[in-house]
Design a protein around this ligand. Structure first.
Ligand SMILES: N[C@@H]1[C@@H](O)[C@H](O)[C@@H](COP(=O)(O)O)O[C@@H]1O
Length: 244
């Protein structure tokens, strides 16, 4: 695991976008996973800008979604699909050719997990998997207690996730279940990238990156991963020991 600390959220976001741009320059048909939430907004802004300026080419790459609230689609404000549509897909001048997202409205969610697993393995795995971190240390919707060796799976939501998740919705929304790529995908990705910013993430970043490795803190898996890159702004890094 390598940790990089930037002065601002904007600098951290630009560095994450540069990592994606470099990956695409080296391998145009890369398989890339983006999260939703507040963390990737700045990064996606740079990627959209550079794509629309013709500086990066997204036409050959494969985009995979990280997770979704069960029962929601792109029409539900607060869904991961809604976020990606409004912050990424719809802002690009050229429509993306290859986008694979969870369908969280299907009756057979286990089959949907298999579909995502099969798609990713058919492409030889994820080249870059970018994730944010939840206030309880979740990655995607891999909640506390999730085994490290799962691929895509259904997830019973932790009370912290249900409460914090309300920030994505304009009115109180019942959230009970999620569907998500697994921590095994992260372990097997070419690059496993965590992005985090803001002082409110400082405590869970410290616990995840310098505390005990445990399934109770899903992000602690990053300590064990040689492919892990952690990009933080200085506020999110403010409780780390011996970090500069
Ligand atoms: N399901 C999402 C995750 O994919 C996201 O990465 C994480 C952090 O969210 P944020 O970036 O808004 O802090 O929690 C949410 O619940």
């Amino acid at each position: 695991m390598k940790i990089s600390i930037y002065d601002t959220n904007d600098a951290m976001s630009q560095a994450a976008a540069e990592l994606v741009a470099k990956q695409l320059a080296e391998k145009p048909n890369s398989v890339i996973c983006f999260p939703s939430g507040d963390s990737p907004t700045g990064m996606l802004g740079y990627i959209v800008q550079w794509a629309n300026e013709g500086k990066i080419n997204l036409s050959e790459c494969y985009f995979v979604g990280l997770d979704e609230w069960v029962g929601m689609d792109e029409n539900d404000q607060g869904s991961c699909k809604y976020y990606l549509k409004h912050n990424f897909f719809d802002k690009l001048n050229n429509k993306l050719n290859n986008v694979t997202l969870f369908d969280a409205k299907v009756a057979d969610l286990d089959a949907e997990c298999e579909r995502m697993n099969n798609f990713i393995s058919s492409k030889g795995g994820l080249d870059v998997m970018i994730v944010g971190i939840g206030m309880n240390g979740h990655l995607g919707l891999n909640e506390p207690g999730t085994p490290f060796d799962l691929y895509a799976h259904r997830s019973e939501l932790d009370p912290v996730t249900v409460q914090v998740g309300q920030k994505y919705f304009t009115k109180e929304t019942p959230l009970t279940e999620g569907i998500t790529l697994g921590l095994k995908h992260l372990a097997e990705a070419g690059k496993a990238v965590l992005i985090a910013s803001g002082a409110k993430k400082a405590n869970i970043i410290h616990e995840s990156l310098q505390g005990t490795v445990s399934t109770e803190v899903p992000a602690s898996i990053l300590q064990t991963l040689p492919n892990a890159l952690v990009l933080l702004d200085k506020d999110a890094a403010s409780e780390l020991e011996h970090a500069s």
